[in-house]
Ligand binder design. Structure first.
Ligand code: BTN
Length: 266
């Protein structure tokens, strides 16, 4: 991101602060990773709610220990992506499905064409547009959640990626990272507070309405194949296999659309 970017920090703060006392918005020109930074702060005892935006991440992280690159070169401006983390103390009765609820919130804030690939990738036209990484730190009785979101805004170099990524300007040609953050931030906080109060069940049908895997044959990491049937009220992926209906709570799922050569969206 270049220094000309005008971040709507005040508008976001005004929309969120009444619901989250002590909330702040912070934009940094560069950081290793917004998730890493908020986890560092939490472990050092900083547990206030904060939205941390990075114009450039030098060591962005994805799920399962993967890297998250906002562009082909970590030294280049990352104006092609929006990268932020929301940190806040959270105390849901059951944490299962939080990342799915976050995905629901992101797609609903952005565009009707966006879909969700269980557990929490955002897809556009069968390509990955955004990823979500949720981590937590416990300090005494308090559990602090760090919800990281990375969204491709502009076309980016696909070198080294198994499938070319998607970007938001394909469906919102005029948008930029700042406008995208403004659309997402307040609904995301509302979603998280709703999840804290009522868990995943109220999000089940919303997720299934955006489910990119429903009806597709999927291959689980243990080699089992079946047809994806949406998620249950805890966010588990339901897969109809030869051995019956399996509920998957944590697994990478690869997809083989019928009639096409096997390929993976991972
Ligand atoms: C994934 O798809 O595996 C999750 C990607 C999450 C990327 C975001 S970018 C902002 C935040 N900081 C990080 O280091 N990761 C998340």
């Amino acid at each position: 991101m270049n220094s000309l970017t005008r971040w709507p920090a005040e508008a976001i703060w005004e929309a969120i602060a009444p619901e989250l006392p002590g909330f702040t918005v912070e934009v940094l020109p560069q950081i290793d990773s917004t998730n890493t930074e908020l986890m560092r702060r939490a472990r050092a005892g900083q547990l206030e709610p904060v939205l941390l935006v990075a114009e450039q991440q030098t060591a962005g992280r994805g799920r399962l220990g993967r890297d998250w690159h906002s562009g082909a070169d970590s030294r280049q401006s990352s104006s092609g992506a929006l990268t932020f983390s929301l940190g806040l103390p959270l105390a849901p009765r059951d944490w299962s499905g939080l990342s799915l609820a976050v995905g629901v919130s992101v797609v609903q804030s952005l565009h009707p064409d966006l879909q969700l690939k269980w557990p929490n990738d955002v897809w556009l036209h069968e390509r990955k547009l955004a990823g979500i990484l949720i981590e937590t730190a416990s300090l005494g009785q308090v559990r602090y959640a760090v919800i990281g979101v990375g969204i491709n805004i502009k076309a980016r170099d696909a070198a080294g990626l198994a499938t070319p990524p998607a970007w938001l300007r394909e469906v919102l040609p005029e948008t930029d990272a700042a406008q995208t953050l403004l659309r997402i931030a307040a609904p995301l906080v509302r979603t998280i507070k709703a999840f804290e109060a009522s868990g995943f069940a109220p999000f089940q049908s919303l997720f299934n309405a955006r489910d990119a895997l429903g009806g597709l044959t999927v291959t689980l990491s243990d080699g089992l194949c079946g047809v994806a049937q949406g998620v249950d009220n805890t966010g588990a992926l339901q897969v109809l296999t030869a051995q019956g209906l399996k509920k998957i709570t944590s697994s990478e799922v690869s997809v083989r659309p019928t009639g096409a050569p096997p390929y993976e969206f991972l």
